[in-house]
Design a protein around this ligand. Structure first.
Ligand SMILES: C[S@@+](CC[C@H](N)C(=O)[O-])C[C@H]1O[C@@H](n2cnc3c(N)ncnc32)[C@H](O)[C@@H]1O
Length: 215
């Protein structure tokens, strides 16, 4: 059997993530204890790196949980010179918990909180974004794409979590709404010449895509 497995690679990469604030580590421990699905250190670091590489100052998150992924984007935006990171989740309680963690991390001024359905909230946003991160319920992925395409600036970046969906995408018998949602979004982005995209195969697979409407 090969010594190379996705879990092993992810564990290895998690271990290589440089030192991070103690509050981020506390959030990782909370997620572990409560079995809450956060993106984890290696994917968080990819998000941070992409945001730094592209100089993103305006970030919109769909499906933010208790703020772990938000913290990685906020860190990048702060280092990019400041801006806005929109935290969007439909649970009041998760939003309040996120605020506590993100305040402790010193990101109070950067974060805009929305307690609402995320795609509707993005649709209502008045401006376009440098980077959009999508981690909502997977059956909602295809429906979110047209809204994302309207709200991402030309040259902007889309990151979407769970595109490997714990291997369920490979199971032809799996016709569940969530698996179909992941497959549909993958297909649409990969076939559309306006997107330049790949799936970074860490943890559950991160789509990283650049949007260029006329090119
Ligand atoms: C996978 S968790 C988010 C984890 C977070 N991105 C992180 O890595 O720290 C997704 C969260 O978004 C919420 N959610 C799912 N679909 C949503 C939607 N359409 N609008 C708003 N919140 C949604 C879920 O209830 C859950 O709390």
């Amino acid at each position: 059997m090969s010594a190379l497995s996705l879990d092993r690679v992810t564990e290895y990469l998690d271990g290589l993530v440089p030192s991070r604030p103690a509050e981020l580590r506390r959030m990782e421990a909370i997620a572990e204890r409560s079995d809450f699905p956060i993106i984890g250190p290696a994917c968080g670091h990819v998000c941070y790196l992409v945001a730094r590489l592209t100089g993103a100052r305006r970030v919109f998150e769909l499906g933010s949980g208790f703020g772990y992924s938000t913290a990685w984007f906020a860190r990048a935006v702060a280092e990019n010179g400041g801006g806005e990171v929109h935290h969007t989740v439909w649970d009041e309680d998760l939003s309040a918990r996120a605020r506590k963690h993100l305040d402790r991390l010193g990101y109070t001024k950067l974060i805009r909180y929305h307690v609402a359905e995320a795609v509707g909230e993005l649709k209502r946003a008045r401006t376009r974004f440098d980077l959009i991160f999508n981690d909502i319920d997977k059956h909602g992925y295809p429906g979110s794409l047209p809204v994302i395409q309207k709200k991402l600036r030309p040259g902007g970046v889309l990151i979407v979590d769970n595109l490997l969906w714990d291997g369920r995408i490979f199971d032809a018998k799996d016709r569940s709404a969530s698996t179909r949602g992941v497959r549909a979004l993958t297909r649409r982005v990969m076939k559309d010449k306006r997107w330049t995209a790949t799936i970074v195969p860490i943890r559950d697979g991160l789509l990283v895509a650049r949007w260029q409407p006329r090119g």
